[in-house]
Design a protein around this ligand. Structure first.
Ligand code: F6R
Length: 627
């Protein structure tokens, strides 16, 4: 079914290390022959891990890159090289400044070239690639439109380096880097599909569940100009290095029974039965032997007694996930909810938090990053005015407030889109989010002592895209774990949030938890919720908490406490104009509807959780490559 070689790794780090190793081997091999190694490079979230590993190899293992020549895929046009969003600057910061590639060997399409000279510039770029002897290894990411480089849908197999108009989806995906879609350039200069296809070897990387659709289209679909990456099917030496989340829609992962014999363990049985129920549109307990046989699940049927037994086992397993007592009924527990941004806790699990509080558990919420980046400037003005008037009421030095407000006003007026806020403004924005989080937590029944603000430093670069966590980030989570010693922890289990913040928060938590588990004698249950972008699949969930219609309304009001994110959020995430409360409700209702369709009890809404370690079917594990 797969028309391209695909290597699947458990996580993005393993995949990145594998690609970096491949590149390093090629560089060393070329050096031994006294030749140059020519690399085609990509930017974006995806290749960061590869560059990080190359830098590590250079610093720790002595990897010499002095024989390397590079050609980047693309650059926005127009774009000044020093600007925050420029791929020139990005490459310097993420690779070139840290390794010994001679500056003269580096090539990136120009974002400042005059319009009239673009065509010639593009031809010269192609010429330089040829002069260098062609690209030895081309690194690619993939856009949600299926683009490689900036070859948007419609790009032909033979397209060459040229100026291109960016697709609406691509511009929306880039909106947050530019502090608003209106600031994203409408054009870019990119190598063509034809240019990329001439590389001797191609390594495409893809991470996160938001790319799963397009990976399936590129790998299993027909070759089409609608998905530029599908042309890679014709390349003699192209490999996709992807994580499990991006592989989720490939047949060998989503419905492996369609391509061969499987090891039938409980997680795979559940996956197959819920799939079958969806296909034949029947509740679990009504599935018949014929349904199994006629839909390619005869092998499951044969490995068990009959449909009735299978149905019952999966039905019971699904029933066991439903609980109105998320903390259990025995004794009061200490519960810690880790919320990456200040509103994730209520968006994703306000109903569960309120239940836990009502049922007498000691619930703490910890806000991992300040969230300052997503506060609009007008909210800073508004709060400034509030403080001025508040001070007037109590006769507190109004002059000082007035003068500070004037300075702020002047500063905000002169700010250009994408400029980093000065530290005081960042602090005001963080304060706005902090007071909102406190208000929402109080609404859920917590007091101030039960709320913790970690203000993790990795977030405070003022930049939208987040790349690395440090020791201090981990240590803040670790200290909190030591202080609270929770029986239960809820954390956000996201891999595909637009800016990487959730992923890094999860990484920091897992590292801190590893250290904590070594010292603590407590048995801690860890449950993962999903952020505002994706939801767990029903076959994955270990616990769902029902919400009554009234509880769902209360959840909405808790989310409303985050006023700065109401009506229009600064970073809604790509391609979704719904407000966060709408997404939360629709998602929780959709989970309830799915349970209903499966013949399980009918609820208004369900909040879903997956327990760590995540149960992965043996058949899926067996598909994994090692780093
Ligand atoms: C970047 C590039 C693009 C990206 C793609 C994925 O040089 O050419 O094709 O690889 O848009 O971007 P990320 O990795 O940010 O998801």
């Amino acid at each position: 079914m797969e028309k391209i070689t695909v290597k699947i790794y458990e996580d993005s780090k393993q995949a990145s290390v594998a690609v970096a190793k491949r590149i390093a081997d090629m560089i060393t091999h070329r050096a031994k022959e006294g030749k140059k190694a020519v690399l085609g490079l990509a930017t974006g979230h995806t290749p960061v891990g590869v560059y990080r590993e190359l830098i590590r190899m250079h610093e720790e293992d002595g990897l010499d890159l002095s024989n390397v020549v590079t050609f980047n895929l693309d650059e926005y046009w127009p774009m000044k090289p020093g600007l925050l969003q420029s791929y020139h600057r990005w490459m310097n910061e993420n690779l070139f400044d840290h390794v010994n590639i001679p500056r003269a060997n580096i090539h990136i399409p120009s974002g400042t070239i005059d319009e009239k000279d673009i065509e010639q510039h593009c031809q010269e770029y192609e010429e330089r690639v040829r002069e260098a002897g062609g690209i030895d290894i081309q690194i690619l990411g993939i856009g949600r439109t299926g683009h490689i480089g900036f070859n948007e849908p419609g790009s032909s197999r033979n397209s060459r380096t040229r100026r291109i108009s960016l697709d609406k989806v691509t511009r929306m995906d880039a909106a947050s880097d530019f502090f608003g879609e209106e600031n994203v350039p409408k054009m870019a200069i990119t190598m063509g599909v034809g240019t990329v296809m001439e590389a001797k070897e191609i390594a495409l990387l893809s991470f996160g569940e938001h790319k799963a659709h397009v990976i399936r289209a590129a790998v299993e679909g027909d070759i089409s100009t609608k998905v530029a990456a599908s042309f890679l099917q014709e390349h003699p030496k192209c490999t996709f290095y992807i994580d499990l989340a991006s592989a989720d829609k490939l047949i060998r992962i989503s419905t492996p029974w369609q391509i061969g014999l499987c090891d039938w363990d409980d997680p795979l049985e559940r996956q197959a039965v819920l799939w079958l129920a969806r296909v034949v549109k029947k509740p679990i307990l009504k599935l018949t032997n014929e349904d199994y046989a006629e839909n390619g699940l005869a092998q499951l049927l044969h490995s068990r007694a009959n449909a009735y037994d299978i149905n019952l086992r999966v039905f019971r397993r699904m029933m066991s996930t439903i609980t109105g007592w998320p903390g259990g009924k025995a004794e009061a527990k200490k519960v810690l909810v880790l919320s990456p941004h200040p509103d994730d806790d209520v968006i994703c699990m306000a109903g569960t938090i309120m239940r836990l509080v009502e049922q007498g558990h000691d619930v703490h919420t910890a806000y991992m990053v300040s969230g300052a980046l997503s506060v609009f400037d007008h909210d800073v003005r508004w709060h400034g005015e509030f403080v001025r008037e508040f001070n007037k009421i109590f006769g507190l030095i109004p002059e000082q407030t007035i003068s500070i407000n004037k300075q702020l006003e002047k500063y905000l007026e002169n700010k250009r889109p994408g400029d980093l806020d000065k530290p005081e403004v960042q602090r005001i924005k963080a304060l706005i989010r902090r007071t909102e989080a406190l208000a929402a937590a109080q609404y859920c029944g917590l007091d101030e002592k039960q709320t913790h603000f970690l203000d993790m430093p990795f977030y405070n670069t003022g930049r939208v895209q987040k790349i690395l966590i440090g020791a201090e980030d981990i240590s803040r989570v670790y200290e909190l774990l030591m202080e609270i010693e929770p029986d239960m922890i809820f954390a956000a289990g996201d891999m595909s949030d637009p800016h990487g913040t959730h992923k890094l928060c999860l990484e920091a938590f897992l590292k801190a938890f590893e250290g904590y588990s070594k010292t603590s004698k407590k048995q801690t249950r860890v449950l993962l919720y999903r952020g505002a972008w994706e939801e767990w699949k029903p076959e994955q969930v270990d616990m769902v908490v029902p919400l009554s219609p009234d509880e769902l309304k209360k959840k909405r009001l808790a989310i409303f406490r985050h006023q700065s994110q109401k009506d229009r959020a600064m970073f809604p995430g790509p391609y979704d104009s719904r407000e966060f409360w709408q997404r939360a409700e629709e998602r929780n209702r959709a989970t309830a509807d799915t349970f209903d369709d499966l013949g399980l009890p009918e609820y208004e809404a369900l909040e879903a959780f997956v327990q760590l370690p995540i149960n992965i079917p043996i058949s899926v594990r067996s598909q994994l490559n090692s780093g």
